[in-house]
Design a protein around this ligand. Structure first.
Ligand code: IMP
Ligand code: MG
Length: 185
């Protein structure tokens, strides 16, 4: 474990096992959709950068069907803030989502502002379906009503890093997800 972590919340083995399960669930749901065909290429994953990059990279390697990735950026935790700031800045919108089966992939659902802002922005682009997948869901009251269709783990209200999640841009490379030591924040 990294010396900067106080403790691990979800270790790499549990992450890997759960990511496989989520991919299987997504594949199952798409396969049971009477309109979508297995060789259809209507699936577009929209990872929210930078936090979701490792998650989406692992997720897609268990999704055998044809798919596209169209990343977008969003930031609600500028720099060293460890609480959501209330304002979400969205980067350039992905194009060609009309009529597609779109799944937003984010690292963590906290106040819900990020996911709600992205969901609303993407639904205006008229996808055929729009779903959301998050690796982590924090046990806090959401500032805005938003639910995720696929959730990896429910975690307590603590600031976590690793597996894509950062503090001031650091720790995304840690393979486990853990709580940052107090003296490192
Ligand atoms: P929300 O808009 O408050 O739901 O925040 C979601 C975004 O804030 C996520 O996409 C993360 O980038 C960031 N975030 C929320 N909680 C944490 C955390 O515990 N560690 C690192 N980033 C977090
Ligand atoms: Mg993020």
């Amino acid at each position: 474990m990294s010396p900067d972590l106080e403790r691990i919340i979800v270790d790499r083995e549990r992450i890997a096992a759960r990511v496989r399960e989520l991919s299987a669930r997504i594949e199952h749901d798409l396969a049971s959709d009477p309109i979508s065909e297995p060789d259809d290429s209507s699936l577009v994953l929209v990872p929210v950068l930078t936090g979701a990059m490792i998650f989406v990279a692992d997720l897609i390697r268990h999704l055998p069907r044809r798919l596209r990735i169209s990343a977008m950026t969003a930031s609600s935790y500028p720099g060293t803030a460890t609480r959501s700031q209330g304002h979400v800045e969205l980067g350039e919108m992905p194009r060609h989502l009309a009529g597609q089966d779109v799944i937003i992939v984010d690292d963590i659902l906290d106040s819900g502002r990020t996911l709600a802002a992205i969901r609303d922005a993407l639904s205006a682009l008229e996808p055929r379906s729009l779903r959301t997948c998050v690796l982590l869901r924090k046990d806090v009251a959401r500032a805005v009503p938003v639910e995720a269709d696929y959730v990896g783990f429910d975690i307590p209200d603590e600031f976590v890093v690793g597996y894509g999640l950062d503090y001031d841009g650091l720790y995304r490379n840690l393979p486990d997800i853990g709580v940052l030591r107090e003296d490192k924040r």
